[in-house]
Design a protein around this ligand. Structure first.
Ligand code: HEM
Ligand SMILES: *[C@@H]1O[C@H](CO)[C@@H](O)[C@H](O)[C@H]1NC(C)=O
Ligand SMILES: *[C@@H]1O[C@H](CO)[C@@H](O)[C@H](O)[C@H]1NC(C)=O
Ligand SMILES: *[C@@H]1O[C@H](CO)[C@@H](O)[C@H](O)[C@H]1NC(C)=O
Ligand SMILES: *[C@@H]1O[C@H](CO)[C@@H](O)[C@H](O)[C@H]1NC(C)=O
Ligand SMILES: *[C@@H]1O[C@H](CO)[C@@H](O)[C@H](O)[C@H]1NC(C)=O
Ligand SMILES: *[C@@H]1O[C@H](CO)[C@@H](O)[C@H](O)[C@H]1NC(C)=O
Length: 335
């Protein structure tokens, strides 16, 4: 009798432990879904699309700026809206972002429209995910179903932004490692770099290639010579490096695979772009093959880009009851 009741209790508590275990898993594991706001904010996609359309109509470059915001959000503490937080120790002041991030006022407008329809429901992190997808689509790129249900983080991480975001002056190996650190791989590096088919960059981010590349006394030999002359004229060494030029010289505002065609012609703008095709590191064979494949097959590029965007959007989301839904993307809710 005693033995069997003990066994029963043993089994019972084991069952309880298992139930509690699965409940805890449920609340911490990432569980983004396509219909997360189905009842709480059924028009969320329409509202964001409308605001992104208005913003892009006003300035086409805004598509690029919004896409980049999602990337810079996800690479730092996961996709948690942390990039949007104001404050002197905010990510906005990290080197890759300062005087560079754009679109924050557009985010404010999208958030205001969402708060107007569904107050306190849609996170700033999800807003960025949807706006990035819409920006790609409205620029002529592919579309996909966005996974939703992210919540907003409670801290910004300036150091994380300085250390985790790739720089255009880094080696291919270092760039790949930064992607691997957040669960992405070489295919994702090459596919996501294709985002540079839209948008602009400042001279300061590529003028190291124009005059005295790596102390050689000459421009970067992997930049086509007429492009070197053009850019030398745009970005004289005496300048402050704030002038801008297009990342994709062929089809500036169109989301297409010309970024990769440019690389084949040594017309990549950033060192980190051209290195995918013209580098001489161990990983170059792999990235070069992908550049070639994407340059000749838009379907292939779009398919891999979409896969990589979804992967990037899944980097450490906050779900369940952790974090919060910010009312204003720039500041934490007062508790
Ligand atoms: C592979 C590593 C990457 C490096 C080193 C890099 C670096 C840069 C730099 C230096 C700029 C110009 C910033 C300025 O002028 O202030 C830029 C712009 C941009 N980046 Fe990247 N990036 C990378 C990957 C990505 C990814 C993964 C995405 C998105 C999926 C992205 C989207 C963009 C867009 C759209 C712009 C133009 C923004 C605008 O015009 O406002 N980049 N990037
Ligand atoms: C900031 O990011 C770094 C990784 O770059 C991480 O080690 C650190 O824990 C983060 N800090 C906070 C407060 O999240
Ligand atoms: C990268 O990951 C994707 C799956 O997310 C996979 O299809 C692809 O083959 C991987 N690429 C490499 C080079 O491992
Ligand atoms: C290029 O840079 C190197 C090292 O930074 C320097 O020694 C050299 O004098 C420079 N050459 C020219 C032509 O400016
Ligand atoms: C570029 O412009 C910003 C203001 O937009 C300014 O703060 C910064 O100092 C300028 N950069 C340089 C190198 O002068
Ligand atoms: C863009 O590339 C295509 C071929 O790939 C070429 O026909 C066209 O002239 C290029 N356009 C510009 C503006 O360079
Ligand atoms: C282009 O890529 C797609 C998707 O990867 C593939 O199904 C198709 O066969 C490729 N087309 C060519 C002409 O290689």
């Amino acid at each position: 009798m005693e033995i069997s009741s003990c066994r029963l209790k043993g089994r019972f508590s084991l069952l309880m432990i298992m139930i509690i275990f699965f409940m805890m898993c449920g609340s911490t594991r990432s569980q983004l879904t396509v219909d997360f706001y189905k009842t709480s904010c059924p028009n969320v996609l329409k509202i964001v699309r409308r605001e992104v359309m208005i913003a892009i109509k006003n300035e086409m470059r805004m598509a690029a700026s919004l896409l980049r915001l999602h990337f810079h959000d996800c690479f730092v503490n996961g996709c948690d809206g942390s990039v949007l937080l104001d404050g002197s120790d905010g990510e906005k002041f990290a080197l890759p972002n300062i005087n560079s991030l754009r679109g924050l006022e557009v985010v404010d407008r999208i958030k205001a429209a969402l708060e107007n329809s569904c107050p306190g429901v849609v996170s700033c992190a999800d807003l960025l995910t949807i706006a990035a997808r819409d920006s790609v689509l409205l620029s002529g790129g592919p579309s996909w179903k966005v996974l939703l249900g992210r919540r907003d983080g409670l801290v910004a991480n300036k150091t994380g932004a300085d250390q985790g975001l790739p720089s255009p002056f880094e080696s291919l190996d270092d760039i790949i490692n930064k992607f691997v650190a957040v669960g992405l791989n070489i295919t994702d590096v090459v596919a996501l770099s294709g985002a540079h088919t839209i948008g602009l960059a400042r001279c300061a981010l590529f003028n190291n290639r124009l005059f005295n590349f790596s102390g050689t006394g000459s421009p970067d030999p992997t930049m086509e010579s007429s492009m070197v002359s053009d850019l030398q004229a745009l970005c004289p060494l005496t300048d402050d490096g704030n002038k801008t030029t297009v990342l994709d010289r062929n089809s500036t505002d169109l989301f297409d695979n010309h970024y990769y065609k440019n690389l084949l012609n040594q017309k990549g703008l950033l060192g980190s772009d051209q290195i995918l095709f013209s580098g001489d590191e161990a990983q170059t064979t792999a990235t070069k093959d992908l550049v070639q494949a994407y340059s000749s097959n838009t379907t292939h590029f779009f398919a891999d880009f979409v896969k990589a965007m979804i992967k990037m959007g899944n980097i450490s989301p906050i779900t369940g009851s952790a974090g919060q839904i910010r009312n204003n993307c720039r500041i934490l809710n007062s508790s």
